[in-house]
Design a protein around this ligand. Structure first.
Ligand SMILES: NC(=O)C1=CN([C@@H]2O[C@H](COP(=O)(O)OP(=O)(O)OC[C@H]3O[C@@H](n4cnc5c(N)ncnc54)[C@H](O)[C@@H]3O)[C@@H](O)[C@H]2O)C=CC1
Ligand SMILES: O=C(O)C(=O)Cc1ccc(O)cc1
Length: 319
């Protein structure tokens, strides 16, 4: 095992992602010490009991004073206040990172809160529908992507160390511009979650008419939607409000494409439907042929035998 890129790591927000980072550092980075803190005293208590970090002090200052890396793991609209609370309590060289599901607004918020502090934003494309301090597990990031979105003035050495940090806890690291990240994730994650939230609500409204049959006879597809639609309301409210522009752009395209489908059905245009479904089937098949049956870096590659099993893969990161 190579030397830990940061000897002292602090995790702020000890829910699914923060807890998983704390456990992963302890499991895969034996040279590093990890401290944790959460604004919620009950969460700090559970985090201490579960050993999500080496230490979970009562005071924020005690958790962050020695940190070389602080990872903010709070809902995206809480990033600014979580970062502002660090002012005056941290080393000037401490690198600030985060795990927010959208990047442009978060990077701006952290820079506003901590001007002059080195910042390297990150997004592990790994998670589940569960949240809170009971939900984390050490293998969450194994063979998952982590996207870094450094700014133009980010220190390349800090970027390199954050990249090594994520690689040490199992992720494959990629780098993107923040606005590009937000558009890509709007298509692949944010809008799919909105579709799930919407269709489960639609089906639930229909329940009154169908007296329970929608849920009772729901086949695989709808069950997957209910899993996604059970994701944390605070987290997703924040994602949609923080990635507003990209989400609205994709929704506009989606609603035009849905209208085309609606028109084809109304006009009995079987050819249009058949052509469209043939194209989407080819897309799915090409993804599998490329060995990417999942949002995992080398899913299905014959040289990577550990993927496709274990608790880490429960849930998945796509619909
Ligand atoms: N849930 C998922 O699958 C994924 C989530 N993310 C991102 O990770 C971040 C955290 O998400 P989860 O771990 O799922 O949420 P979570 O709800 O499990 O945990 C968030 C924790 O942050 C704490 N918190 C809130 N405001 C705080 C503040 N100002 N200071 C300190 N603690 C505070 C809460 O008490 C809570 O314990 C979000 O930004 C989300 O977009 C990224 C990848 C996957
Ligand atoms: O549970 C799932 O399927 C997810 O998609 C988890 C997830 C949620 C948010 C992210 O930013 C990344 C991954």
């Amino acid at each position: 095992m190579s030397e830990a890129p940061f000897p002292n790591v602090a995790v702020i927000g000890l829910g699914l992602i923060g807890g998983s980072i704390g456990l992963a550092v302890q499991e895969y980075m034996p040279g590093a010490r990890v401290t944790g803190w959460d604004a919620d005293a009950d969460v700090r208590c559970v985090a201490g009991e579960r050993g999500l970090a080496h230490a979970v002090p009562e005071e924020l200052a005690d958790a962050v004073a020695d940190a070389d890396l602080i990872v903010l793991c709070v809902p995206v609209r809480a990033m600014e206040s979580a970062a502002a609370a660090l002012a005056g309590k941290i080393k000037p060289t401490c690198v600030i990172s985060d795990v927010g599901s959208c990047k442009q607004s978060v990077a701006e918020a952290i820079a506003r809160a901590l001007p002059g502090q080195p910042v390297v934003p990150a997004h592990p494309v790994a998670g589940t529908e569960h949240s809170g301090p009971e939900a984390g597990f050490a293998t969450l990031f194994q063979n998952r992507w982590c996207i870094l979105t450094p700014g133009k003035d980010s220190d390349p050495q800090a970027v390199e160390r954050v990249s090594a940090f994520w690689a040490n806890i199992g992720a494959t690291v990629d780098t993107m511009a923040p606005d590009h990240h937000d558009l890509v994730l709007a298509v692949t994650s944010h809008v799919p979650h909105l579709i799930a939230y919407t269709i489960v609500g639609t089906a639930s409204d229909l329940e009154e008419v169908t007296r329970g049959e929608v849920i009772k006879y729901s086949a695989g597809g709808f069950r997957d939607f209910t899993r996604i639609a059970s994701s944390d309301p605070t987290m997703w409210r924040d994602v949609f409000l923080s990635n507003k522009q990209a989400v609205l752009e994709i929704l506009q395209r989606l609603s035009e494409d849905l209208s085309a489908m609606q028109r084809a059905i109304r006009r009995d245009d079987g050819d249009a439907l058949f052509d469209h479904f043939t194209k989407t089937r080819a897309i799915r098949r090409s993804i599998i042929e490329e060995g990417q049956d999942d949002a995992r870096p080398d899913f299905g590659r014959s040289d990577h035998s550990s993927v496709g099993d274990g608790a880490a893969n429960e849930g998945g990161s796509g619909l």
